[in-house]
Design a protein around this ligand. Sequence first.
Ligand code: SIN
Ligand code: CO
Length: 390
Amino acid sequence: MSEPLAILGGLTAEQFLTEYWQKKPLLVRNAMSEIVDILEPNDVMELALEDNVTARLIKQKDRNPNQWSVKSSPLIKGDFQKMPKLWTLLVQAVDHYSFDLAALWKKFPFIPQWRRDDIMVSYAPKGGSVGQHFDFYDVFLVQGYGQRRWQLGQMCDESTKFVPNQPLRLLPEMNVHFDEILAPGDLLYVPPGLSHYGVAEDDCLTYSFGFRMPNVASMMDRVSDYFADQQNLKNPLLDIIRDQTSQIGEITTNELAYLKAKVLEQLQHSNHFEHALMSLMSEAKYPENIPEADEIETEDLSAVLDSGYELCLEPASRLLYTLEDNQLLFWANGEACCISEAFENSLKKLADGESLAFDQHFNHEEILQDIAQLLNESILMLLPSAEDSE
Ligand code: SIN
Ligand code: CO
């Protein structure tokens, strides 16, 4: 990936990763023209009212714009009555509702899929914002409609103080060193911790392509659950060799070390650790967005081979793979995925974001069985191929 990328303003992926990723902001004018007008403000309003959508309506009081309120989904029409002058509507995971938006993740082939969070869209009228703040994750802010003025300030961290008594983690001040207006198609990369403040210049939609890292606590939690579920670990340990007596009230450092070593031994010498992490990383962020599939049989599938369909990932699902003892292991939506060896290479391509023409290449009983299973679990989708649907 050493060619210059338009999405990075002509930087190569390597240059971006070395100089900017997790370090400093990057503004690219007209980086993603494809995003322009995919959604309009009214679409975002309508989406926010749908069942299962995760949305927040943020308002600033007319009399005191420093007084904020947040209403989280489910949102109803009544929430949009008697609106103040300044407000913002945030809708999460819009990539699960629009294939056109989901396809735009392909613009970031230099960041692995497991780092992806979702695409959020914000809608605000002139003056609307979510306040001065920072996030703990990497975000590419892309202007989709209207214009937004972005200011960037100092780096923040866990010790940064917030404005007290507000429902948002707002910063009392920002030392602005960047001040630009973004037009449709423009992109601004903001690294974790960098304070930012985006104010709508007119009715505007801004998309946030978020990339999140897991935290240690959630991994510990998952790892410990995973081990705790293993039947063979539920038997009491053998006692430490007792060649000396000690005070009966004491648990000796030797005894503690023995117990700790038994836990560490398991952590180090079994695959459960890796499996627990794969299960966590492959979990869908919004499982309620995974559609219920229409049950399909292998015979139905062989009947539509070569009929202009293509196989691709269901945007709300998450499919990852890893190498274990030189073998590809697939995980989808938190579960290990057992498939035939014959289908491995194709499934790897699908997990890497490729769409594959559904043709004779898949005409094997065991492959069709794998595909039927993954379609029935809504991990994969079969769509009319792009050329055919135009
Ligand atoms: C916005 O689009 O208004 C908020 C996005 C962000 O600041 O992360
Ligand atoms: Co932010």
